[in-house]
Design a protein around this ligand. Structure first.
Ligand code: GLC
Ligand code: MG
Length: 276
């Protein structure tokens, strides 16, 4: 966390995806590091990734990323303090009760359009597949198959390629919400950044959102006063978005609220002209 300049207000909390967001353009990543260490605004930093904790740690070292306070890994199912690696057991232990991994594998591993991802991408609470040549309505059919066997799970499809099968309610958004509550930070002071489908849950949680300029179509449907679309790409988009929201303060998104018949204009203005 950045040093607290004042104890009167709670700090901000930044939750950012890594691949395609903080990572993807080495120069932009360098600029993010410089930006982060130059600012004196008190902020917690959290990286939230589809990858597992050790893989995120390896990237933090390889790219010399600013040290986060916590890491949300495996698409929200795992959460640990950094660098200690101590898990927030209150979070991860809640998934055991309604999660039947073996039965889920038995149903999904044999689907012809689903190819299990490599072993290192699988975890206790996340079963992931590459989706190949999917037939129409495949996602609805898979949901139906699971439901027919009374198996409860959430399905998250991203990047036209990855299907993550997760315990119901586990995702990057609910994980960020848990941390914000744990640290006593109101939603209006939680800034989230991402580029693809596994980030959607973070943008619908009432936080302030930053969609980077290189984002995938997965995020095209997101609109509204809480969404800032940067025209800048990768980590440059994150910097741009952080500056946008920090300049406006915690009331920022509410300040945009317009009568409902003007909402569409507000959303499109966010996209194109509110960029520094
Ligand atoms: C990361 C993970 C992969 C997951 C994808 C989308 O690439 O390694 O398992 O499917 O993110 O969440
Ligand atoms: Mg990403």
């Amino acid at each position: 966390m950045r040093p607290l300049a004042t104890t009167e207000r709670p700090p901000w909390m930044v939750v950012s995806d890594l691949d395609g967001t903080i990572l993807g353009n080495a120069d932009a990543t360098d600029r993010f590091r410089q930006w982060w260490y130059a600012t004196n605004i008190p902020m917690y930093l959290v990286y939230s990734s589809g990858r597992h904790y050790a893989s995120v740690g390896a990237s933090i070292r390889e790219f010399d990323l600013p040290t986060p306070d916590a890491v949300i890994a495996d698409v929200g199912t795992d959460m640990r303090a950094f660098p200690s690696g101590i898990p927030f057991t209150e979070w991860s232990s809640r998934w055991w009760s309604n999660w039947q991994l073996d039965d889920i594998c038995a149903v999904l591993d044999t689907q012809p359009e689903l190819k299990p991802q490599p072993l290192e991408c699988q975890s206790a609470f996340k079963r992931s597949y590459f989706v190949q040549n999917p037939p129409t309505d495949w996602l609805a059919k898979i949901r139906h198959r699971l439901r027919a066997r009374r198996l409860s799970a959430d399905l998250i499809y991203s990047s036209d390629r990855d299907l993550d099968v997760l315990p119901t309610g586990a995702n990057k958004g609910s994980a960020a919400e848990f941390l914000a509550q744990r640290w006593g930070i109101p939603r209006s002071r939680v800034l989230v950044a991402g580029d693809s489908g596994n980030d959607v849950s973070m943008f619908v949680q009432g936080f302030r959102g930053i969609v980077v300029g290189n984002a995938q179509l997965d995020l095209d449907h997101l609109t509204g006063p809480n969404i800032y679309r940067s025209i800048r790409r990768f980590a440059d988009g994150v910097i741009d978005g952080l500056e946008f929201w920090l300049e406006r303060g915690p009331a920022g998104a509410n300040a945009f609220q317009k009568p409902s018949h003007l909402q569409r204009d507000v959303a499109s203005r966010d996209v194109s002209t509110e960029v520094h």
